[in-house]
Design a protein around this ligand. Structure first.
Ligand code: UD1
Ligand code: CA
Length: 457
């Protein structure tokens, strides 16, 4: 759709959100509301998308893709005023302009296409996507004349009690003939309950000029729900989460309990992976097939292969290969890379470390800034002493080495291929290949000490 330009309004503060952040950067399933709208618009293949920013403009710009054009509405004087700021940027070739709001993240590309089709088919000067709502509180009401033509939109605040009875509302999604939009904006004022330039007032002006306004009545009120409060944010979050789960189940993922599973909008999961309750998968995470994940797992920005089992654990910004077993109660912190067939067991923390094929860290250990080779066995309670109070240092453990229980490895240090470290040692020097490193006080025994002390007869 090369002759279509899109304008997304995202300049408002969102007073009703009671938040220090601009409304449109609040996240729904891990993605900012405005980016949901931007992504849904992408499917139209429009020639340009302009986002109007204003309140904390830099915060909003920071979350947007760099190739998106933005324009700043210095003072937020209403939705009509916001669109006026974008008008000079609209490309010459554009014939139609779609306007929508950054606080309606559930709108689908298909719905926008349907609006454009309705607009073109009816040859309208402007077309509004409308919906019937059981509880239309807060929305602009669609006013139609006796022949059914739309004559104006009246905001809830400005509506008479009779008009408030109307259940057909403005979704805030419009398609305009460009020239008529420009002309309409030149002719609105701020004479209303909020003292703002309402975009919706363009309707009445165009109608007065004899232009026919199209109303594309849409069946699903949920999809066009605007988020004005934190309560509405939670409602939209739930719907979006369910949508994500449905999409994954359609692709063959098993989700045992959709009511207690939370999966972000940018997550992909392969077929026959089974996701158990209490699991959160967020950010840019890619998961392969045949994994068993959960219960109680949180994963953010990870790439995970297939055939892994992960339970009651937290994983962030890391790569996991295939056939690994992680948890319960493991913490995989950023920049870790666990290759294939790794075992990371109970109460093990791994950070900024590389663990090669077949190695095991089964219990109660801290692996920080380490490079662990293949088939290494790390006993219970091993600590990589990686920090000297100023700098972090690396610990290297080569293939097939064996580290006994309760060992401190004071970095920088290297345990070479096939070497053993005796339990209880604090290792400060490198250990050569196939050697034993041991650092312990000699065991002493005081004969009959207990009886002599009179502690037992
Ligand atoms: C608006 C519509 C209402 C519709 C509803 C649908 C108007 C006057 N009213 O009401 O008819 O039923 O959406 O959700 O258009 N914004 C700016 N600059 C401003 C003011 C707002 O960019 O000066 C942006 C906001 O960031 C927001 C969007 O426009 O993303 C909508 O503003 P909001 O205040 O939420 O409008 P509503 O009262 O919901
Ligand atoms: Ca709104």
């Amino acid at each position: 759709m090369k002759d279509v330009s899109v304008i997304i309004l995202a300049a408002g503060k969102g007073v009703r959100m009671k938040s220090g952040l601009p409304k449109v950067v609040h996240r729904v399933c891990g993605k900012e509301m405005v980016n949901h709208v931007v992504d849904n618009v992408k499917g139209l293949g429009a020639s340009q998308t302009i986002v109007v920013v204003g309140y904390k403009a830099d915060v909003v710009r920071d979350v947007l893709d760099k190739e998106i054009d933005t324009v700043c509405q210095e003072q937020q004087l209403g939705t009509g005023h916001a669109v006026m700021q974008a008008v000079p940027l609209i490309s010459r070739q554009a014939k139609q302009v779609i306007v929508l709001y950054g606080d309606t993240p559930l709108v689908r590309t298909e719905t926008l296409k349907r609006l454009i089709e309705h607009h073109s088919r009816g040859n309208y000067g402007m077309t509004i996507l409308t919906v019937e709502m059981d509880n239309p509180e807060g929305y602009g009401r669609i006013i139609r004349d006796s022949t059914g033509n739309i004559t104006s939109i009246v905001e809830h605040r400005d509506a008479t009690s009779g008009q408030r009875e109307i259940r057909e509302v403005n979704s805030g999604i419009y398609c305009f003939e460009k020239q008529l939009l420009v002309e309409g904006l030149d002719n609105i004022n701020s004479d209303n309950a909020q003292g703002e330039y309402y975009l919706t007032d363009v309707v009445e002006f165009l109608r007065s000029k004899g232009i026919i306004i199209g109303g594309c009545v849409y069946r699903d009120p949920q999809e066009v729900m605007g988020v004005n409060t934190k309560h509405q944010l939670s409602v939209v979050q739930k719907i979006m989460n369910r949508r994500n789960l449905d999409r994954l189940m359609e692709d063959g993922v098993i989700i045992e309990d959709p009511d207690s599973t939370y999966i972000g909008s940018s997550v992909s999961i392969g077929a026959d992976s089974r996701i158990l309750p209490g699991t959160h998968i967020e950010g840019n995470t890619r998961i392969g097939q045949d994994n068993l994940i959960g219960p109680g797992v949180r994963i953010r920005n990870c790439s995970i292969g297939s055939g892994n089992e992960i339970e009651f654990s937290v994983l962030r910004d890391s790569d996991i290969g295939n056939q690994c077993r992680i948890g319960p109660y493991a913490h995989i912190r950023p920049n870790s890379s666990l290759h294939n067939g790794i075992r990371i067991g109970n109460f093990v923390e791994v950070k900024n470390s590389d663990v090669r094929e077949g190695s095991k860290v089964s219990h109660l250990s801290y692996i920080g800034d380490g490079d662990i080779g293949k088939d290494v066995n790390i006993g219970c309670g091993v600590v990589f002493v990686n920090y000297d109070g100023r700098t972090k240092h690396r610990t290297v453990i080569e293939d097939e080495a064996f580290v006994g229980c309760n060992v401190n490895l004071v970095a920088p240090v290297r345990i070479k291929r096939g070497a053993y470290v005796a339990a209880g040692s604090t290792i400060t020097k490198d250990i050569e290949e196939y050697s034993l490193g041991i650092e312990r006080g000699k065991q002493a025994e005081i004969k009959d000490w207990v009886r002599k002390k009179g502690l037992k007869k």
